[in-house]
Design a protein around this ligand. Structure first.
Ligand code: SF4
Ligand code: SF4
Length: 465
């Protein structure tokens, strides 16, 4: 063949290849994904699962849960999502079985030899797609774990599934972009430069002075303070009242505290999809506490940030600090008389939403209630509450994924809407950035006659000087 004809043929072949590849490019209808894996997904999934399972704690958990699930479906009766959709993909045990079947097939001797006879299943492309959808419909709220007779935590299995998908770049773009911004970019998930952050702190100080007449400071970079306070950075944009109430309480209680200005974002999306990100973000936070030589860390009103700092420090942390949620601190100050609150100034009926990560995740039930009761005249409980409370519907990070908006408003948040309506409350206090965002969106979408606030917001009016 002449040289030119040969070149032409190669060019055509390349064009054909590119067209086929383009045709094969997958679309992910559930949520936007940045640079997803396109080819060889099955072998890469199995290899990645093998890598994740080298971590002894995950292998032990899968082994344990694999052998103990009684298929009783008590978990389904507890799941706020399944109760609304009644779809198979939302059955907690069915979702976990997707992972278990692959584990059995490729990582157990019995599964390799006996296949379906022992619940093992070969992995197909459609199984991976089903996992991408199903693992992000679970809000990781752990309500199903409360009633499981075998003590199985399906939310943990969801997290393992998400971690495997995360290693394959099959996580929502909002997680990966925000985490990259926090770790490699400007240093926080909202992209707030340090100068703007400092201006915001000044602005909040001025606001408190205007509202109350009192001079309250947001101390910065104080070396050797007892507490380093760190909140989700989104609070500085969206939850000024929570931050002002917090600063007022800390100052009034005589707290030796500071904010770090080299790292000031408690958000850690790693909890929802990646051990690597969890560890890296947590270590940035701990490094800031180490730089300031503080004695303890105080996390603001945020469920997942508190849970990550409290539970993962022993596993991933470069440094160790005692960690408290700010509500534990404030409740203690109210109890021992360092803070005086006047409930008469908050006369409207107030209810309280237990964020899943603070409640079922960490057992923080009574501290926030003690503050709300001391600061308001009429408190009513949501029914059910405490460990049986329903997720706001935006848990597991789903509140940050715009493509899941309809799902959150109409399905995942449906039980929460019922609860709020029947409470008759005019205010709902929710001490978590993610819960507040979801609840505010639910209130607007369903036109509920209620206002969403943080717990410390209630202190602005009720604090007695
Ligand atoms: S409640 Fe527990 S044992 Fe029963 S199906 Fe669910 S995970 Fe399995
Ligand atoms: S963790 Fe929550 S959303 Fe997920 S299966 Fe359990 S109850 Fe349902």
């Amino acid at each position: 063949m002449p040289q030119t004809a040969k070149k032409e043929e190669t060019k055509m072949r390349n064009n054909d290849k590119q067209t086929t590849e383009k045709k094969q490019k997958r679309s992910y209808p559930f949520y936007a994904i940045e640079n997803p894996i396109e080819h060889d997904r099955i072998p890469v999934f199995i290899k990645t699962m093998g890598t994740v399972l080298r971590d002894e704690k995950y292998r032990l958990l899968l082994d344990l849960y694999l052998n103990t699930c009684a298929s009783c479906n008590s978990c389904a009766e507890q799941c706020h999502l399944y109760q609304v959709t009644h779809e198979r993909k939302d059955l907690p045990a069915y979702r976990s079985n997707m992972l278990r079947a692959v584990y059995r097939k490729y990582f157990t001797r019995g599964g390799r030899l006996l296949g379906r006879l022992v619940g093992a299943k070969e992995l197909h492309e459609e199984d991976i797609d089903a996992m991408i959808e199903s693992f992000y419909r679970c809000t990781m709220c752990r309500r199903c774990a409360v009633e499981c007779p075998m003590g199985i935590d399906n939310a943990l299995l969801t997290r393992i599934g998400r971690c495997i998908l995360g290693e394959l770049n099959l996580a929502p773009k909002n997680f990966t972009v925000s985490s990259a911004q926090e770790l490699k970019g400007i240093g926080n998930t909202s992209g707030i430069p340090k100068e703007a952050f400092m201006d915001t702190l000044d602005f909040l100080q001025d606001e408190i002075k205007d509202m109350t007449g009192h001079k309250v400071e947001f101390p910065r970079d104080k070396v050797g303070a007892e507490y380093m306070f760190i909140a989700p950075v989104s609070d500085y944009i969206m939850e000024a009242d929570t931050l002002m109430g917090t600063a007022m309480a800390l100052q009034a209680a005589g707290t030796d505290w500071t904010i770090g200005t080299s790292f000031y974002d408690a958000i850690n999306y790693g909890l929802f999809y990646s051990d690597g990100v969890t560890s890296d973000v947590l270590n940035r936070l701990l490094t800031e506490a180490q730089r300031l030589k503080v004695k303890k860390i105080l996390i603001g009103e945020c469920g997942h940030a508190t849970k990550t700092a409290k539970l993962f420090m022993d596993v991933f942390g470069k440094y160790r600090f005692p960690v408290r949620n700010v509500m534990e601190y404030t409740a203690e100050a109210v109890k021992d008389g360092r803070l005086k609150l006047d409930p008469e100034v908050n006369q409207e009926t107030v209810t309280y939403h237990d964020p899943c990560n603070l409640g079922r995740g960490l057992g923080i039930y009574e501290a926030p209630r003690a503050i709300v009761r001391a600061a308001t005249k009429h408190f009513v409980e949501l029914q059910p509450n405490r460990e049986r409370n329903y997720c706001c519907g935006g848990g597991g990070g789903s509140v940050t994924v715009p493509d899941l908006y309809d799902f959150r408003m109409n399905l995942a948040g449906a039980k929460k809407v019922e609860q709020i309506k029947s409470s008759g409350a005019k205010y709902i206090a929710a001490p978590c950035a993610n819960c507040k965002k979801q609840l505010k969106e639910l209130v607007e979408y369903h036109k509920l006659p209620v206002t969403v606030v943080g717990v410390h917001d209630l202190l602005i009016k009720s604090l007695v000087y």
